[in-house]
Ligand binder design. Structure first.
Ligand code: TYD
Ligand code: MG
Length: 491
């Protein structure tokens, strides 16, 4: 083969170079340049021809709602924004084994049962394996059209015959290959080429296509970062291996919101929709032990209550450990710094561990207050009241800033049997506005203006351990720090 037309493509970011390099100049990754055949131009060459004329349309005019097709799985529809849009392409990304194939065979079966033409193309499993799984899930009777194929040209030719499918699942894009590109399946050029061909087919035919994409260890969609830019929506399917909960999150969505999540539970009979996730996340609470606080959070338009667990323990290291699961480590550092600077809580000699129960991941700053409460509760060995929820953003000055959706948070808390809420001072009007606030929700509210008063509150409520200062809120963390203080100062 001649070397003309060959190029080196970064498998991480898709950047091209004309010669091999140890380090990709675009993304800075090492050893990611792989020689791939240059893409041939798509479509027939039009050298020397004048461009075709097309019609320009005004922006105003009859704005039609994107025609959608509900999948029949309410949690999936919530994330897509109401169903699959005709002619759209959606990328479903997730770790291997998280349940992408299971979710999509369930969605295809639900659509097929509703009388729509739904096609499932598996490039990873043999048709018999998919059939076996469908049988286990009790979906055998659904008129899904199934094939194990990997050639994009063959797939498009086959699906162009007959009635246009309403939904086509391609499992997975990494196994697909197109004749237009010379390199091996799974490489960036192939994945990009295959995705482009399928996108053209979706736009032309009006079928909605879901591409399954695997994610590498560091959370990137393997190889085809480029595909993210090409598709209409990117859904990420997440979960901790040890938990049965699975969370579907829209990372990008051209036709709907990106802050909604769908919650599923992996059971022996496939994925079960969880319509009230708070109940699930709070189902195994460790009542009465210090270091746990319930956070009344929001995911999109839906309130979601989760337990935040903290453990503050004397360190044996020069530099104490700060470990976080399910929350932003830099926000933990900030909350710790505010506690130290404004509330007299010294954590320099302590390891701090923070965990969001149930494998949930929180992105909201509103969790600051709950995290701070859990930390102080653990340090002062003072359990927080089991019937209280916390929410509010902590600012660097130690003030508690208001957050949005106070009424919804309170309403959900009351629904789940909580009796009181600790929330920002500035939310007083919000909570009493009669739109489901504490006026209606029946929750006793404690409004805190600053973190210092929260620390005082916790010390007043709890039964501090024997050697801790029982009387002064400001000193809630003071006594226990003494052992670690010298070490903290060393480090
Ligand atoms: P799968 O959908 O194959 O994952 P992916 O396509 O994302 O790689 O799911 C595989 C896992 O799900 C497997 O570890 C077993 C589990 N599972 C169940 O627990 N119950 C079920 O009914 C099914 C079908 C799978
Ligand atoms: Mg799979």
């Amino acid at each position: 083969m001649s070397r003309r037309g060959l190029s080196f493509i970064c498998q991480n970011c898709g950047a091209a170079a004309s010669r091999w390099q140890g380090k990709c100049e675009a993304c800075g990754e090492w050893n990611t340049m792989v020689e791939e055949g240059a893409d041939r131009p798509a479509g027939p060459g039009r050298k020397g021809q004048k461009g075709r004329l097309f019609k320009l349309e005004p922006l105003t005019g009859e704005a039609k709602d994107a025609p959608r097709l509900a999948s029949g799985l309410a949690e999936l529809d919530r994330v897509t924004g109401g169903g699959f849009v005709r002619g759209s392409i959606l990328l479903m990304a997730g770790d291997p084994g998280i349940g992408k194939s299971t979710l999509l065979i369930q969605a295809t079966a639900a659509l097929a049962r509703a009388g729509h033409r739904a096609v499932y193309i598996s490039g990873e499993e043999a048709a018999a394996q998919v059939r076996l799984r469908a049988e286990r899930l009790g979906l055998s009777d659904a008129p899904v059209e199934l094939a194990a194929e990997t050639s994009v040209e063959d797939i498009i030719a086959t699906l162009s015959e007959g009635k246009v499918p309403r939904l086509i699942v391609i499992d997975s894009i990494q196994t697909m290959w197109t004749d237009l590109v010379d390199s091996a399946p799974g490489t960036v050029s192939q994945v990009r080429g295959a995705a482009q061909a399928l996108i053209r087919f979706a736009k032309r035919s009006g079928a909605a296509i879901i591409l399954v994409g695997h994610v590498t260890k560091d959370g990137q969609i393997a190889g085809p970062r480029v595909v993210e830019h090409m598709v209409d929506a990117v859904l990420s399917f997440e979960g901790e291996g040890s938990h049965q909960f699975r969370i579907l999150r829209a990372v990008k969505n051209r036709f709907g919101p990106t802050d909604e999540i769908g919650v599923f539970e992996m059971t022996g009979a496939g994925l079960r929709e969880v319509s009230n996730p708070s109940e699930l996340f709070l189902s195994e609470r460790d009542l009465g032990s210090p270091g746990t606080a319930v956070f009344a959070g929001m995911e999109g338009t839906r309130p979601l209550l989760v337990e935040i667990q903290a453990l503050v323990a004397p360190t044996s290291l020069g530099t104490p450990r700060r470990a976080v699961v399910g929350w932003d480590p830099s926000r933990l550092s900030m909350v710790i710094a505010v506690l130290e600077a404004h509330c007299g809580v010294k954590l320099g000699g302590y390891d701090v561990y923070l965990n969001v129960a149930g494998g949930m991941r929180i992105n909201e700053p509103a969790a600051d207050l709950a995290a701070a409460a859990a930390l102080v509760s653990s340090l002062a060995n003072s359990p927080l009241p089991a019937d209280a929820v916390y929410f509010g953003e902590v600012s660097l000055s130690g003030a508690i800033r208001p957050v949005s959706h106070t009424p919804s948070r309170l309403k959900e808390s009351a629904k789940l049997g909580f009796a009181r809420a600790v929330l920002p001072e500035a939310a007083r009007g919000d909570a009493n506005d009669g739109k489901g606030g504490d006026g209606k929700s029946g929750l006793a509210t404690t409004h805190v203006g600053g973190l210092t008063s929260l620390v005082a509150e916790i010390a007043a409520l709890g039964k501090p351990r024997q050697n801790a200062s029982p009387n002064n809120g400001h000193n809630a963390g003071q006594k226990p720090t003494q052992g670690g203080k010298s070490r903290g100062q060393d480090g």
